[in-house]
Design a protein. Structure first.
Ligand SMILES: NC(=O)c1ccc[n+]([C@@H]2O[C@H](COP(=O)([O-])OP(=O)(O)OC[C@H]3O[C@@H](n4cnc5c(N)ncnc54)[C@H](OP(=O)(O)O)[C@@H]3O)[C@@H](O)[C@H]2O)c1
Length: 482
């Protein structure tokens, strides 16, 4: 059965090395996450956080950077005493990622810092560096430690490769040095309470487990739209585009969570296996009719974007799952930038009774993931005497709103400290998702799929409606501000 983890249990002593500690992810997400854990009293009395990057900084400077980042980016009010106490656990080592001698020296540094042999403490290595640096860091950690025999946990953030081949290559490379269970492959969407709720709601409620079956569902719609453009990620985004950036991990993970058979025992292995079962059964969307692409009008004027760029900033696609239960159920996904609002939500539209009229609204289960976190159930009630059909929508918040709720990176770090893999990905899942995305990329190139312009702040290309119309459906728009 599902493990119940005591809410306030402290973790065991550990050392956390953040490679790339001078970067954005560390400062905006990881340092505030550590503060959250300290404020919630989840950290043990003995732990060491050490930044490792090339930038030369003294211990004092790094601690000041750490504190400033926590103050600037924490979502909760920062208590100076807690922050000062936390900062005493924070250290810094300046070294080159390629330099094995730096890693040998770092090994000695850990010994000095902790008074223990490094192998005597669980070691979390957070690779908060660009993917081009992953291999050097993984190899050098491994070559200065007994990597497969020690308790070393490697945390990698997406993107994992940029196609199926490179993801497989990365997997084979790192497998030389570490065992598969030492990897914590992180997509921060899976740290969100609302995304975790998809699993928990389906697992614990018969009403949902019965409704959300392929035999009962008419179609599924997954929408993740943003009201801002590519911002400072423009250079990276222009190389990869929206399909690799958003669909490959975030949206296909949500698709898998909504459609997979929920294991009774929701541990990491069972969940990853069930998600992989879905991801590897997604049919090739190999026809232009299944894909709509767009680009917001002002995209080419963003700095670092090629003035002739054809990179899509909007994609909508129609997918099917080659499994008996989901065989003929269309799944529509769409995602885009610089649209009318920021909103991520899933609509599960149920089949109607055969006797119902075409114009009768279907029942829907809607799960809103961000910024509002809510579940909505839509029903209809016929009132014959006044000859009307009343639409009823019941809405309930699924937000975590009690003391102890933490943001995604804090929850995910806590999971790694507990060796809990429920909310991490496996390499087979990643490779299966790349296979789908590679097929879409191939289709885009082979058929030179049109990338239509859409107005900034609009709802995206009108052609997206053609996808749902293929099956006689329409997008069901849910607005986050309602
Ligand atoms: N930022 C986010 O919110 C976010 C979200 C999802 C995933 N990620 C992933 O998380 C990782 C870290 O993200 P980030 O935004 O923190 O990255 P970043 O700021 O570009 O890089 C982190 C640090 O890595 C070092 N670095 C940068 N470019 C390098 C290069 N070419 N060669 C060697 N070292 C280099 C720099 O430190 P030194 O020069 O001091 O060594 C830099 O401060 C990336 O893999 C990214 O794709 C980030």
């Amino acid at each position: 059965m599902k493990k119940i983890i005591s809410a306030n249990k402290k973790t065991d002593p550990f050392i956390l090395t953040i490679f790339g500690a001078s970067g954005d992810l560390a400062q905006i997400k990881l340092f505030p996450a550590l503060y959250e854990l300290a404020a919630q009293k989840r950290l043990p009395s003995e732990f060491y956080v050490c930044g490792f990057s090339r930038t030369k900084m003294s211990q004092k400077e790094f601690r000041a950077t750490f504190k400033k980042a926590v103050k600037d980016h924490s979502k909760i009010k920062v208590d100076g005493k807690i922050l000062d106490a936390l900062a005493k656990h924070v250290h810094y080592y300046a070294g080159q990622y390629k330099d094995i001698d730096a890693f040998r020296d770092y090994h000695n540094y850990i010994h000095e810092m902790t008074g223990k042999k490094p192998k005597d403490l669980p070691h979390l290595a957070y690779l908060s560096v660009p993917p081009s640096v992953f291999r050097d860091v993984a190899k050098n950690i491994a070559e200065t430690r007994e990597s497969k025999n020690e308790d070393i946990r490697i945390i990698l953030e997406k993107p994992f490769g940029d196609d199926e081949y490179s993801a497989e290559e990365l997997f084979h490379f790192v497998s030389k040095y570490f065992k598969e269970d030492q990897f914590y492959l992180l997509d921060h969407y899976l740290g969100k309470h609302s995304v975790r709720s998809i699993l928990n709601l389906r697992h614990d409620n018969k009403i949902l487990s019965q409704m959300m079956r392929g035999t009962e569902v008419a179609n599924i719609q997954i929408t993740a739209v943003e009201d801002y453009g590519v911002k400072e990620r423009a250079g990276y985004f222009d190389q990869v585009g929206i399909v690799k950036d958003m669909v490959q991990s975030h949206l296909l993970q949500i698709l898998a969570m909504v459609t997979m058979q929920i294991p009774v025992d929701m541990d990491g292995e069972n969940l990853q296996r069930a998600k992989h079962g879905i991801l590897s059964a997604i049919e090739c969307p190999c026809d232009v009719k299944n894909l709509v692409l767009g680009q917001y009008k002002s995209y080419r004027s963003e700095s670092e974007v090629d003035k002739k760029s054809k990179t899509p900033t909007f994609a909508a696609m129609r997918l099917f799952i080659n499994r008996e239960d989901w065989y003929d159920v269309p799944i529509y996904i769409r995602t885009g930038k610089k649209l009318h609002e920021k909103h991520t939500y899933v609509v599960v539209e149920l089949k109607k009774f055969p006797f119902q009229k075409k114009e009768d609204e279907p029942n829907r289960v809607i799960i809103e993931l961000q910024p509002k976190e809510r579940i909505n159930l839509t029903l209809i009630n016929r009132q014959e005497d006044v000859q009307r059909t009343q639409d009823i929508t019941t809405t309930q918040s699924i937000a975590c709103d009690v003391d102890g709720c933490m943001p995604e990176h804090a929850l995910l770090l806590l999971d790694v400290l507990r060796k809990e893999k429920m909310h991490f990905l496996s390499f087979p899942e990643i490779i299966a998702a790349w296979e789908v995305v590679d097929q879409v990329s191939e289709l885009m190139q082979r058929e030179k799929v049109k990338v239509g312009k859409y107005a900034d702040g609009s709802e995206g290309p009108k052609d997206q409606n053609k996808l749902t119309a293929l099956d006689g459906f329409r997008w069901y728009d849910v607005h986050g501000n309602e």
